[in-house]
Design a protein around this ligand. Structure first.
Ligand SMILES: Nc1nc2c(ncn2[C@@H]2O[C@H](COP(=O)(O)OP(=O)(O)OP(=O)(O)O)[C@@H](O)[C@H]2O)c(=O)[nH]1
Length: 598
């Protein structure tokens, strides 16, 4: 045990975690020349393309330091706020963390939120000043920022470049000298923390764990404490670039487990693995079920594809346990699903995976958060509103509550004004303002989560010219005054375009929505009135003017098959459009409310 080091890399998004991980693997000879590929750990296609880490992964390196052999377990963590629960579990599996800070960008919101997570878990922090090779790097100033933040000595900050390899040796030495070896009871009953799992279509779910006490052996009968299910450990092993089966994994070490589980929902990150016959009395603390934060409807473009869509969603869920869905129907779109996501990025990823991996073309409706409604008749019973159409009739409504978050924004002093006005416009209340240095300010707001879902992040980037970073955590439900704004196209209510909005914004957003829809809905053979309404009251109106062109007009007389061909061609061009009543609505229109400021 004394020669094991378990560590993770924490950083703000794009500060170079994955690149640094690659360099460490290189340096320790954990990858052969052939296996070398940019961003080795991001092995999902989508991860590569977007250059972000979606799932955490672990990898083991062997390293010889002053003649002694060491095993280094690196746990790579995702940087985006949608996946922060996974970061917290990865952190709980380590004794130390490399805190990577970009030498040009300095400390950002997620640097701080991840650092707090690491400190809560008593991790040894090794600050790494990355990207010192950049011409725009500002090493002295950023080192000062790090020293201020951590209260450490400037000499503890390691200047490095994950790109050119500067400082890698120093980082490895620091991992061995500064991070404590794991402690744990070798003879105690098995107690292991699940920090991640991935779905493998051939082998079932692969579970990644860190042994806290005892040993896990191949063939052992084991139990997951929180789900209370038992399995046989068909295979256990360590995580080199490829998995290496082993007879057992001992206290302090990190490994993988295969039990033939086919459904990702059975394996919960944060759960405890123990021996079925001789279970541990204490589960690893802090287990929580991941809750979806954002909901949206997903519908097939072609109503006939509903069953295919269901099958695809089921398969996707086997592989992404944080996705939830229930069937719903919409008068406008027919049958589909109301899906729950961790955040907007997660929503985008699911939509893209449905298209790429399952060849499904889908329409996504306006995302909303989950509200709590209470009626006058049963003022104590919560009605969950995950869909605008679930909101009880306003006349029977006692009150509505919406989820609030604590938002932390770090920006430059010059941009405090615009950032504050944006947050206040988004119904935020300032809680705190701290100068981290003379240049950099940390602002804390209580804000409704719903306001973050709608275009907040993009606007924050714009008002701060990119110099603002943002992080949030939920702080519970608070009373709110909501109204449902409906949209009527050609006098037909399109339920899939309805949105729940705060009373004060409803008129303004309703008006902007009509204007935006006017841009997005293609002109057709007739005038299309677009109206926004609250209840029976119309609050805004626009019109899409009629178009006179008829694609088949030129085909007078002649062969009917030519006409069909033209219509066929036109239909292809109409992909991702839905016919509602007699109006064709493109996919963008369903998301119009998110793009009101474009
Ligand atoms: N010049 C320079 N660029 C670097 C260095 N380290 C990383 N980069 C670049 O910075 C960008 C982001 O690096 P990543 O390693 O993907 O960042 P990350 O923190 O893993 O990002 P997420 O996985 O999305 O959280 C990439 O374009 C890297 O090539 C460095 O030391 N010097």
């Amino acid at each position: 045990m004394k020669n094991i080091r378990n560590f993770c890399i924490i950083a703000h998004i794009d500060h170079g975690k994955s690149t640094l991980a690659d360099r460490l693997l290189d340096f320790t000879g954990s990858v052969t020349e052939r296996e070398k590929q940019e961003q080795l750990l991001d092995n999902m296609d989508l991860e590569r393309e977007r250059g972000i880490t979606i799932k955490s992964h672990a990898i083991q390196m062997d390293y010889v330091h002053e003649g002694e052999e060491y095993v280094l377990n690196l746990i790579d963590t995702p940087g985006h706020v949608d996946f922060s629960y996974e970061v917290s579990r990865s952190i709980a599996a380590c004794e130390g963390a490399l805190l990577v800070v970009d030498a040009a960008q300095s400390i950002q919101a997620q640097t701080i939120s991840n650092l707090y997570l690491a400190l809560e878990n008593d991790l040894e922090i090794i600050p790494v000043l990355n990207k010192v090779d950049l011409p725009s790097a500002n090493p002295e100033e950023v080192t000062d920022d790090i020293v201020d933040l951590l209260g450490c000595d400037p000499s503890e900050v390691i200047p490095a470049s994950a790109k050119t390899g500067i400082g890698i040796q120093e980082i490895l030495d620091a991992i061995i000298n500064r991070i404590p070896a794991p402690t744990g009871k070798v003879d105690a009953p098995l107690r292991a923390l699940i920090f991640d799992s991935v779905y493998n279509p051939f082998r079932g779910v692969e579970t990644f764990f860190r042994v806290i006490n005892g040993t896990i052996k191949k063939g052992q009968r084991i139990k997951f404490v929180n789900t209370d299910k038992q399995y046989d450990a068909d295979e256990v092993g360590t995580l080199k670039l490829k998995q290496q089966p082993k007879k057992e994994i001992k206290t302090g070490d990190v490994g993988y487990l295969i039990t033939g589980i086919k459904d990702a929902r059975e394996v919960k990150v944060g759960d405890t693995i123990t021996d079925a016959e001789n279970p541990t009395t204490e589960a690893v603390a802090g287990f929580e079920d991941v809750k979806p934060m954002v909901f949206a409807g997903i519908y097939p473009v072609d109503t006939e594809d509903y069953e295919d869509l269901r099958a695809s969603m089921e398969k996707l869920q086997l592989n992404d346990a944080s996705l939830t869905f229930v069937p719903e129907s919409s008068a406008a779109l027919g049958f589909g699903f109301r899906c729950g996501f961790l955040g907007m990025l997660h929503l985008e990823i699911i939509q893209e995976r449905l298209e790429r991996e399952f060849d499904m073309t889908v329409i996504t409706t306006v995302p909303n958060v989950s509200y709590h409604a209470f009626t006058n008749k049963h003022p104590d019973d919560v009605i969950l509103v995950n869909n605008p159409s679930d909101l009880p009739d306003p006349s029977t409504l006692n009150r509505v509550e919406e989820p609030f978050i604590k938002a932390t924004i770090i920006t430059k002093a010059n941009y405090v004004g615009p950032v504050m006005s944006l947050c206040i416009e988004k119904r935020g209340e300032i809680v705190n303002q701290t100068y981290l240095t003379t240049e950099r300010v940390e602002l804390t707001f209580d804000m409704p989560l719903a306001e973050i879902v709608f275009d907040f992040y993009d606007r924050l980037k714009t008002v701060s010219r990119g110099y603002a970073s943002f992080d949030y955590s939920p702080i519970g439900m608070r009373a709110s005054h909501l109204v449902k704004v409906d949209v009527l196209l050609n006098a037909n209510k399109v339920d899939a375009l309805s949105a729940l909005l705060h009373k004060d914004n409803a008129y303004d957003i309703g008006k902007k929505m009509c204007e935006k829809l006017k841009e997005l809905i293609p002109r057709q053979q007739f005038d299309i009135p677009i109206q926004a309404a609250i209840g029976a009251k119309i609050i805004s109106r626009e019109t899409v003017k009629a178009l006179r062109k008829d694609v088949t007009a030129k085909c007078y007389g002649g062969d009917i098959s030519r006409k069909r061909k033209l219509l066929e061609k036109q239909k292809k061009g109409k992909k991702r459009m839905r016919q509602v009543g007699n109006v064709e609505i493109p996919q963008e229109a369903f998301m119009a409310v998110l793009k009101l400021n474009d």
